[in-house]
Write a protein that binds this ligand. Sequence first.
Ligand SMILES: Cc1ncc(COP(=O)(O)O)c(C=O)c1O
Length: 393
Amino acid sequence: MDKPAILGNTPVFDDRLGIVSPRLPKLEQIQDPLSEALRTGQLTNHAFHVPQFEKALSDRLKMPNVISVGNATLGLILALEALNRDGEVILPSFTYCATAHALYWSRHKPVFVDILPDTFTIDPAAVESAITPNTAAIMAVHIYGHPCEIDTLEEISKRYGLPLLFDSAHAFGSQYQNEPIGQFGDAEIFSFHATKVFPVGEGGCITTHDKNLAEHLKLSRKFGDPGDENTRFPGMNAKMQEFNAIIGVEMLKVVDEHIANRHRYAAYLIERLGRLPGISFQSIKPNVFSNYQNFVILVDEVYFGVSRDMLFDALLAENILARKYFFPPLHLHDAYSDYRSINLPITEFVSKRVLCLPFYSEMTEKMLDKICVAIEQVHFHANIVREYYSNLA
Ligand SMILES: Cc1ncc(COP(=O)(O)O)c(C=O)c1O
C-alpha cells in the first residue's frame, strides 16, 4: 500500500476536500421568485415566501406551528426566553457552542451533563441526577442528526414538571419511532445553516404544539410588535429573509433524495472503514432514522495505530479537511472556564477520539474511495507515521 502524503507521497486529492459542500438550487430554479423579490423590493418582513415556506414546513413536519427565524441560535434564545423561567438549564457539553451560548443570552445558567457512549446524545439518567429546585428546563440535542432518547426525556420532563426543548439544529429529516423530528418536547429548534443537510444560507425554525407559545414566538421574533407599532414586550429582530425562504421552498423538494444519498454513502464508509481495527462509529438505534448530518468515526489509537490528532493531520496532508467536532467539549472552552473541573468521562472520551469526515449530499464513489484509501494508508503505515511524529517532538 502507498505511503500517506504526510510521509512525502502525493496527496490522494489534488484539491482540498472541504468538510461540507451545500447542494443548492440552480439559479434557473429560483430565478423567477428572486427577480420578483428584487423588482418589488419585498426582501423581508414575511412578505410572501417566508409564510409559504412556513406552510410547506408545517405540512412536511406534521406540525401546526412552525415559526421561521433568522438562524437557530436566535431560535434557541427566543424559545428559552419564552419559557419565562429563571434558573438552570440542563444540557450536554458535547454539542456546538450555540446551544450553550443561547443560555447566556436568555440569562440562564448551564448545567452540563454527560452523554451516552453509543449515540453520543444526552444521557437521560444524568439529566435526572442534575435536576434541582433551581432547574428551569432541559435542553437536549439530536447530535449529528441522531435523535435523543426522547421517550425517557419526555417522561422525566413530565414527572418533574420541567419544560423540554430540543436543539434540533442537526436533525431536519430525522425521525423518532417513525415520526418526524420537530414533533417533540415543548419546542424544537432547527438550523438551516449552509453547513446543514437542509441548507438555505442562514435560517432556522421553531416547532411547537403549544399555540400560546407559538403566538409569543411570532411576536418576539419581530420586536414584540403585533403590527400596531405598540410593542407588547422587548422582542428582537429574528426574522428570516425572503431570499432564504425562496431557497428553502426549493430545497424541500430534494431533501429526501439528499438524505437517501447520505444513507448510501454512510453504509459504504461503515462497511469499508469498519474493517480497520480501532475505527468505530456512532450507533444508530433501530427506532430512529438519522439524516446523517455528519459522518463521524472514533479513533482508538491503541488498535488503529495513530491517534485521532495524527490522523487529522495526515488527512490534511492528503487535502482532506476533517473536523474534530466537538473538541474540546464546551465545559473545556475558555467561555465556560468555571466548569473546567466537572467530571464528564464519556464526553471527554468521545471528544478526544471523534473525527467528522467530509460528508455531502452528493458524493462520487471515487471521492468516498479516496477518503477510505487515505485512512487505510495511515493505518497500514502507522508505525512510520508515529515515528515521524516522535522525530518532530
Ligand atoms: C447543535 C447546534 N445548535 C445550534 C447551532 C446554531 O445554528 P445556527 O448557525 O443556525 O445559528 C448549530 C450550528 O451549527 C449546531 O450545530
